[in-house]
Design a protein around this ligand. Structure first.
Ligand code: ZN
Length: 315
């Protein structure tokens, strides 16, 4: 099946099942002969199924696609943008804080994740969705908070959340009460992936964004991984992300307290040991990076201190 129309005019074009990353979900918003792609996926997945879906609805991908919008610049969301632009000539849209990831995809490894050479090598060779096998390119439209994007008669509001990555945006469509939540609010129950962030991200921004979004009237929550929540309690998902962050902060504080002081590697070890659900090794870099960002937030709050050379202690 190439795609499913989950709500009138809203189609999910699903990629392959990407193991720990669930299904990669690309959304195609169609109205009055126009279409917008939200998160084109990796360089190959869902690939040309996006254009096939447009054709199924009688649209011409070369003239009717008004934009290729990336909620953020990670390879599993923006990796497919170049290929799709080549085949449709539609403009690529991304927030300026994540534009560097589009211009220079390797900066994802170099600037956004904590990883040693071995992890880097294994991730590069990995066939997973974070693989970078596409060229950099210049974005056509830089998104900003409060911007409105019109697709036929639908209007999508761009909201900068900046938690998962510094330039992460979500989109709200008021007439159908839909939130396209990208990676800011994900559908992975009881899993730390709900709040993995990169080095440009911020737990403070993530919590602030969740508070802001909690006030929206949302019936459908459409994340870019795994399955959407339809007619569900979107607010329960917000709660669950918030609880997850608070729990991780508490866990880090308690491990730091028990050790006296610790570096990130020791905290990754402690957290992996203490979880009842095993965290796959392929997440080591994501977990270390997320812990670093949590520590920076706790430092701002005056709860921990960086002693230098990557060693932290609790105040
Ligand atoms: Zn991401």
């Amino acid at each position: 099946m190439a795609s499913i129309e989950i709500i009138p005019g809203i189609n999910v074009v699903r990629g392959k099942f990407a193991g720990e990353f669930g299904f990669i979900a690309c959304y195609l918003v169609i109205d009055e002969g126009e279409a917008l792609v939200i998160d084109p996926g990796t360089a190959g997945d869902p690939g040309d199924r996006i254009e096939k879906t447009m054709k199924k609805f009688g649209l011409n991908p070369k003239s009717d696609l008004i934009g290729i919008l990336c909620t953020h610049g990670h390879p599993d969301h923006a990796g497919g943008a170049g290929r799709l632009k080549k085949s449709t000539s539609a403009p690529i849209m991304i927030h300026s804080n994540d534009a560097e990831l589009l211009r220079n995809p390797q900066s994802f490894f170099a600037k956004r994740l904590i990883m040693d050479r071995a992890t880097r090598l294994s991730m590069k060779l990995d066939k997973g969705p974070l693989r970078i096998n596409y060229r950099g390119l210049e974005p056509d439209v830089l998104l900003s908070d409060g911007q409105k994007i019109r697709v036929g008669t639908k209007t999508l509001d761009v909201i900068l959340t900046g938690g998962h990555s510094g330039g992460h945006c979500v989109l709200y469509e008021g007439s159908q009460k839909i939130l396209f939540s990208g990676d800011e609010i994900n559908n992975f129950p009881n899993d730390p992936r709900k709040f993995y962030v990169d080095l440009s991200g911020s737990m403070v921004s993530k919590l602030a964004a969740i508070n802001r979004l909690s006030k929206f009237d949302i019936e459908h929550l459409l994340p870019s991984h795994d399955v959407p929540y339809l007619f569900g309690e979107a607010h329960l998902q917000f709660e669950s992300v918030r609880d997850g962050i608070v729990h991780l902060q508490d866990t880090i504080l308690s491990h730091l307290g028990a050790r006296g002081d610790a570096d990130i590697e020791q905290l990754v070890f402690d957290i992996k040991q203490s979880r009842s659900v095993p965290i796959p090794e392929s997440y080591d870099a994501l977990l270390a990076t997320t812990i670093q960002v949590v520590l920076e937030g706790l430092e701002e709050a005056g709860l921990v201190r960086h002693l230098g050379k990557g060693i932290w202690d609790k105040l």
